[in-house]
Design a protein around this ligand. Structure first.
Ligand code: ITT
Length: 190
């Protein structure tokens, strides 16, 4: 089946495409020629994923899903969370990382988790799945694979940051991969 992924983030598109079975043809917003920004005005990942999926469903009438994801840091009461991509206000990942490390400077507790929520609209019906990966924030960025906060996040049981792992290795343990597995199961059970 054809499924639109309502994202402009080509890193996320690549990650998800690499783990989907051949039976699901993933179309990105670039693939369908939708170039407008969709404003994420919600206050939770669920709300924002729904805003993105519904915008594209209304536009195309086709099966679609959207992901909203974020990094939740325990010592910062869950920040940057839903504001992860806009944390430093510049839209630039390096600035976001700098701000986060600054805020965490004096804190001993480094626990954090990534969460990804998918809003899936199939034949007009809305469903949600989600995935998480728990770990720690390190003091200095390491590695240049991946995107976003990957260089400062080490998953529990690992030594390399998400920025140092091969994309295939990150894909085996990431929040988004766990949500994708649930998406695949959900579609398989339709
Ligand atoms: P779309 O809204 O177009 O999908 P986006 O980059 O804005 O793309 P999100 O709203 O889901 O995506 O923002 C999540 C932000 O959280 C993202 O920009 C990164 O800063 C961070 N993030 C999410 N998943 C991540 C991952 O796997 N590794 C590192 N950072 C991640």
């Amino acid at each position: 089946m054809e499924l639109i992924f309502a994202s402009h983030n080509e890193n996320k598109v690549k990650e998800i495409r690499s783990v989907l079975p051949d039976s699901i043809q993933l179309l990105s917003l670039n693939d369908i020629g939708f170039h407008q920004e969709i404003e994420e005005t919600g206050s939770t990942l669920e709300e924002n994923s729904k805003i993105k999926a519904e915008t594209i469903y209304k536009e195309t009438g086709k099966n679609v899903f959207a992901d909203d994801s974020g990094l939740f840091v325990e010592a910062l009461n869950g920040d940057p969370g839903v504001f992860s991509s806009r944390y430093a206000g510049t839209g630039n990942s390096e600035d976001n990382i700098k701000k986060l490390l600054n805020e965490l400077n004096s804190k001993e507790i480094r626990k954090a988790y990534f969460q990804s929520v998918f809003c899936i609209i199939i034949d007009g019906e809305i469903h949600y799945v989600s995935g998480e990966v728990h770990g720690e924030i390190i003091n200095e960025p390491r590695g240049n694979q991946g995107f976003g906060y990957d260089p400062i996040f080490v998953a529990d049981g690992h030594e390399k940051t998400f920025g140092e792992l091969d994309p295939a290795q990150k894909n085996q343990i990431s929040h988004r991969f766990k949500a994708v597995q649930k998406l695949i199961n959900f579609i398989g059970n339709l």
